[in-house]
Write a protein that binds this ligand. Structure first.
Ligand code: HEM
Length: 280
């Protein structure tokens, strides 16, 4: 007779808790925290990718509300990812130095799933693929995502189907022509933000995408502060300049049109008003 399912079996807990292999010798107490926190991040990254992939399909199917729910879940996970950084800050800088050399040349810079989230959300860079050329598993996954449409592309294709003028980029066009397409997409977002009460589905989706972008940037900002607190201006184990390099990533946006549209919003066009205005 087969044994009934148990918690340990279903979740494969015995395997899970043997996956934290510390390298320090003599053992450094905080290395377990360092490994656990990174593994927890990777599990959440996996879940984020699962939700982003679902959102892509749902947007293509014009199921904006379901896509919004998937993205709202992503944002809640990202809040946890930001909060998790503070657990790591309970490690003292000197404790970290006790095992930091063992990590060399590994670095979060090589997190395949982090790059997959960036690619799917719209930040694609051929140079990133090059960084993974020695890692066949990662390279295959990243190449596959590089070829696939991004969330931004799916969103603007959806707006077009909803009757707005939101043309996709055309790689063959000159930079000025590209810029015009970009500005038309910005105007489409202005339209959605202005008429949020009649364009409810588009508005909710746009806001969920923006929240995803914002929370990813908040993670970057908190990670940088934690790194500075831990190692100051030292070079990274991945070989970069360290904090100096990380600061250059702070302005990266998944959906620049959603941010820029705010600048062009004009109160005269919005007629939301105060719901009690007619009573006074
Ligand atoms: C003591 C803790 C940590 C330190 C000192 C640290 C330091 C650094 C440094 C210096 C870099 C720049 C690349 C390099 O040269 O290595 C980097 C990049 C990165 N780290 Fe961390 N890190 C820490 C914890 C974490 C954690 C917990 C995660 C979660 C997954 C993480 C994810 C990343 C990612 C994704 C990058 C690439 C960022 C980008 O290129 O935009 N790091 N880290």
């Amino acid at each position: 007779m087969t044994e009934p399912l148990s918690y340990n079996k279903y979740l494969r807990v015995p395997e899970l808790i043997t996956l934290q292999t510390c390298l320090s010798d003599p053992a450094q107490h905080d290395e377990l925290l360092f490994i656990t926190i990174h593994q927890a991040y990777e599990l959440w990254f996996k879940q984020i990718l699962h939700e982003l992939d679902a959102a892509l399909v749902l947007i293509d199917q014009a199921r904006a509300f379901a896509a919004t729910l998937a993205l709202q879940r992503v944002v809640e996970i990202e809040r946890v990812l930001v909060a998790q950084i503070h657990i790591l800050e309970t490690m003292t800088p000197i404790s970290f130095l006790g095992f930091r050399d063992e990590l060399n040349p590994a670095s979060g810079f090589q997190s395949m799933q982090f790059r997959e989230i960036e690619f799917t959300s719209g930040l694609k860079d051929k140079g990133t693929l090059n960084n993974f050329r020695a890692d066949e598993f990662a390279l295959q996954r990243l190449q596959a995502r590089f070829e696939r449409p991004t969330l931004g592309q799916a969103f603007f294709a959806y707006l077009t189907r909803r009757g707005l003028d939101a043309p996709p980029d055309a790689a063959t066009l000159a930079p000025e022509a590209q810029q015009q397409l970009y500005q038309r997409r910005v105007r489409a977002v202005v339209e959605v933000l202005t008429h949020f009460e009649t364009r409810v589905a588009e508005f909710q989706l746009a806001e969920a995408l923006l929240a995803h972008d914002e929370h990813f940037q908040l993670w970057r900002a908190h990670h940088i502060k934690m790194v500075e607190r831990m190692v100051g201006a030292k070079r990274g184990t991945g070989g970069s300049e360290g904090v100096g390099y990380l600061r250059t990533t702070l302005e990266q946006k998944f959906f620049p049109e959603l941010w820029e549209a705010r600048t062009h919003l004009n109160a005269k066009h919005g007629a939301a008003g105060c719901p009690f205005a007619s009573e006074s």
